[in-house]
Design a protein around this ligand. Structure first.
Ligand code: LU0
Ligand code: CA
Ligand code: CA
Ligand code: CA
Ligand code: ZN
Length: 423
C-alpha cells in the first residue's frame, strides 16, 4: 500500500512546499479513507520519455516534476491504474483543498462575483484588465501598435491580437513573428509574458535604439489570451480552480472543455499523445479544431506569413521544439538540417534564460499541439516555452504576483533571438 499515512503537513514540508506546510490545516490530513476525487500525487519510476508518456496516457494531469517525481492530478481510478502499471504513487494532498489554501488569504475572501485574482495576486491581469492594457498601449503608441481580433471564444470574448511594428496600420514586407500566451487556462504567468513583450517594445521604442531596430524591421504579433474563457473560469468564485481546458461543452457528454494544445489539425490524435475521453485533462476534442479558439487562431496564423513563434506555457523552465508526436528527431517534414536548426536556436535561447532545451517528445508524446501544426503546416520556427517555476506541485501554476517582473524579463534575450531568427 503506497498511500502514505503521514500527515499532510509533514508531507508538504518534506516536499518543500513550505508555505502550504505552514498553513495547511490538519483537516486536510490524508488517510486511506479519504481518497479525493482530484488528488495530487507524486509518481515515481517515470524516469524516461516513454514512461512519462505511459503516465500521461492514463489521462492524469501531469503538472511537472518535484524532487525527482512527476506531480500529477488524478482521480482514484487513474491512481489505481498507475499503480497497476507498476509506478510508485504517493498521495500528497487533496487538489481542491490545496487550491483553496493557495487562494484564500484569511479574512480577505473575495465575493463570488468578483472578476479579479485571489487576494494578494491582483497584479495578474484578468481578461478585462488585459484588454484595457492593450487598448492603453495603442492609445499611447498608435503609430507602432494596432489592436484587432482573431475571432471570438466560445463564450464570445474577443481573441485579442496586438501588432507592433513601424507603420503598424500598413502591411509591410517585414518578417512576421508571433507570440501566443494562455492556451492553458491556469497558466496566468504567460499572459503577463505577452503583456511584458508588448510594453517592452512600445515603451522602449523612443529611447532604446536596439528596440527601435527590432520593431522597425519586424511585424510582431501577440495574442495574450488564446483561452480567455478558461482563464476567467480559473479565477471565478474568488478562488483558483486549477482549470486547464477550454469551456465549450463536449457534445454528447456531461463534460466541459477540451485541451486546446491537443486540438490542432496536424497528426491530430495520431500517436497516443492525447485522450479521447472527454473528462481527461488532455482530451483532444471531438474533432481537430473543434474549439472556436484554436480554429480562429489557426485561421489567423494561416492568413499571414509568420516565420517564427513562441507559445508560452508554465511550468518546468523548458524550451521545447517539434515534433511532439514522435520521439524521432526527424520525420516527414523535418529534415536533419531543420531539426538541427531547432536545436541550435533552442539551445541558444535556453542559454539566456537558464531553461532546459529539448525536443518536445523528450518530455512526453503529445499530438495535436500548436508547434507540430505551425511547423508541419506552415514551416514556422515554432517553440514552446515552459516558464517558471522549474518544479512544483499545484502551486507551480500559481506563483505569487511578485514573480511576474523577474520571470517575464528573464525571457527578453530569448525573445530577441527569436526576432533575429525570423529574418
Ligand atoms: O501541452 C502540454 O502538455 C505542455 C507541453 C507540450 C507543449 C509538450 N505542458 S503543460 O500543459 O504543462 N503547459
Ligand atoms: Ca502578492
Ligand atoms: Ca512595419
Ligand atoms: Ca507584412
Ligand atoms: Zn500549458
Amino acid at each position: 500500500m503506497s498511500i502514505t499515512r503521514r500527515s499532510w503537513r509533514a508531507i508538504a514540508a518534506a516536499a518543500g512546499l513550505a508555505l502550504l506546510a505552514a498553513t495547511a490545516p490538519s483537516a486536510v490530513a490524508q488517510t486511506d479513507q479519504q481518497v479525493p476525487e482530484r488528488g495530487l500525487y507524486h509518481v515515481r519510476g517515470a524516469d524516461d520519455a516513454a514512461k512519462r508518456t505511459a503516465v500521461a496516457r492514463t489521462g492524469v494531469d501531469v503538472a511537472g516534476t518535484e524532487n525527482g517525481a512527476l506531480t500529477v492530478v488524478a482521480n482514484p481510478a487513474q491512481a489505481a491504474t498507475l499503480r497497476a502499471n507498476g509506478f510508485t504513487v504517493d498521495q500528497i494532498g487533496d487538489f481542491d483543498a490545496l487550491l483553496k489554501q493557495r487562494s484564500v488569504v484569511p479574512g480577505q475572501a473575495r465575493s463570488a462575483q468578483a472578476d479579479e485574482f485571489p487576494s494578494g495576486d491582483e497584479k495578474y491581469h484578468t481578461y478585462t484588465e488585459t484588454t484595457a492594457e492593450l487598448k492603453q498601449v495603442v492609445a499611447d503608441h498608435g503609430d507602432i501598435a494596432q489592436l484587432s481580433s482573431a475571432g471570438k471564444s466560445y463564450e464570445g470574448r474577443d481573441l485579442n491580437v496586438l501588432k507592433i511594428s513601424d507603420n503598424a496600420a500598413t502591411d509591410e514586407d517585414e518578417p512576421e513573428v508571433l507570440f501566443t500566451c494562455n492556451q492553458h487556462a491556469r497558466e496566468h504567468l504567460t499572459t503577463e509574458m505577452c503583456l511584458h513583450i508588448a510594453q517592452r517594445f512600445t515603451d522602449g521604442y523612443a529611447s532604446d535604439p536596439k528596440i527601435k531596430e527590432m520593431v522597425d524591421g519586424r511585424e510582431i504579433y501577440l495574442i495574450p489570451n488564446v483561452n480567455p474563457d478558461g482563464s476567467e473560469y480559473d479565477i471565478s468564485g474568488g478562488e483558483y480552480q486549477g482549470w486547464r481546458k477550454t469551456r465549450q461543452p463536449v457534445p454528447g457528454s456531461s463534460e466541459i472543455g477540451t485541451d486546446p494544445n491537443r486540438n490542432w489539425d496536424y497528426q491530430w490524435g495520431c500517436c497516443g499523445g492525447s485522450s479521447d475521453q472527454p473528462g481527461d485533462e488532455d482530451y483532444r476534442g471531438p474533432s481537430a479544431f473543434s474549439e472556436p479558439e484554436t480554429k480562429a487562431v489557426a485561421d489567423f496564423i494561416s492568413s499571414r506569413k509568420f516565420t517564427a513563434h513562441i507559445d508560452f506555457h508554465t511550468f518546468s523552465e523548458l524550451v521545447l521544439w517539434p515534433y511532439g508526436f514522435t520521439e524521432d528527431d526527424t520525420a516527414e517534414g523535418m529534415t536533419a538540417e531543420e531539426a538541427k536548426r531547432f536545436q541550435d536556436v533552442g539551445k541558444e535561447m535556453a542559454g539566456t534564460n537558464g531553461y532546459t532545451p529539448e525536443q518536445s517528445s523528450d518530455l512526453y508524446i503529445t499530438d495535436g499541439d500548436v508547434n507540430d501544426w505551425a511547423w508541419g503546416k506552415h514551416k514556422i520556427l515554432s517553440y514552446t516555452f515552459e516558464m517558471y517555476p522549474k518544479s512544483g506541485g499545484i502551486d507551480g501554476f500559481y506563483p505569487p504576483d511578485e514573480q511576474i517582473e523577474e520571470q517575464t524579463t528573464r525571457n527578453d534575450q530569448a525573445v530577441d533571438i527569436l526576432l533575429r531568427e525570423a529574418g
